[in-house]
Design a protein around this ligand. Structure first.
Ligand SMILES: [Fe+2]
Length: 240
């Protein structure tokens, strides 16, 4: 976090719970070597645990839990061989669609932490009509829902009260670090600033997809907005 020229940058958070590090299962990392490059950099920033969250969506990435567990076990072997000083686990980023509902009804969601957090995302056009129902059902089954990058959804712009309402229903909010450096454009950056100002952020994470995201993540950690974000009472997942 320090901006001094010869001091290493520190992340300021210890669990990164949103990333796309499994080779070739979604639009993220393509090789184990690239995954190790990213994880090594995470460790240098002071991150102690990384949860990788490959996409699961009916239309684009209909990954199964079994396939993802197999690929994650392979990457875990590489991490151990490389003796990286961090721990690693698998969850997923679920698009709220028919496939998600099927997984929910089968009680087959990849969650993380002893809290059983589940990361979800939605399409860009609108909030899913039955989102409230699914959020309620998830919590009945013992899961804690987290909405990925709320600052990126156009349907929340100018309506932070919609987002606050979801949060009151038990849906936690995860801000993307790179939103603070303008990675997704000025509107998203402004919304991120609003969420920080209003205290509507529960987690911050990388949503890393490529090794080329690393410089912008580091830049984001050095922004004034990030220093403000670190003053919020963010949640820290726990692991057995
Ligand atoms: Fe993501």
């Amino acid at each position: 976090m320090s901006s001094a020229p010869d001091q290493p940058v520190r992340a300021g958070y210890v669990v990164d719970m949103h990333s796309h590090l499994l080779p070739d299962v979604d639009d993220g990392i393509r090789s184990a070597g690239d995954a190790l490059t990213c994880l090594r950099q995470f460790a240098e920033w002071g991150i102690q645990h990384v949860v990788t969250t490959p996409h699961i969506s009916q239309d684009t990435f209909p990954n199964t839990s079994a396939l993802l567990r197999t690929v994650a076990a392979e990457l875990q072997t590489h991490i151990e061989l490389a003796e990286l000083p961090l721990t690693f686990s698998l969850a997923a980023e679920y698009m709220v669609d028919e496939l998600f509902v099927k997984h929910l009804q089968q009680n087959d969601l990849l969650s993380f932490g002893t809290e059983r957090y589940v990361l979800i995302e939605t399409g860009w056009a609108s909030l899913p009509l039955q989102l409230n129902t699914w959020l309620f059902q998830m919590q009945l089954q013992g899961y804690k829902p987290i909405l990925a990058h709320p600052e990126r959804y156009p349907y929340f712009r100018g309506k932070p009260e919609l987002l606050a309402d979801l949060r009151h229903q038990g849906c936690l909010m995860q801000l993307n670090l790179m939103s603070l450096a303008g990675r997704y454009g000025p509107d998203t950056r402004r919304m991120a600033q609003t969420l920080i100002h209003d205290g509507l952020v529960d987690f911050v994470s990388s949503d890393l997809h490529h090794t080329r995201d690393l410089p912008m993540l580091e830049k984001s950690m050095q922004t004034p907005d990030y220093r403000e974000l670190c003053k919020l009472p963010l949640s820290i997942p726990t692991f057995d």
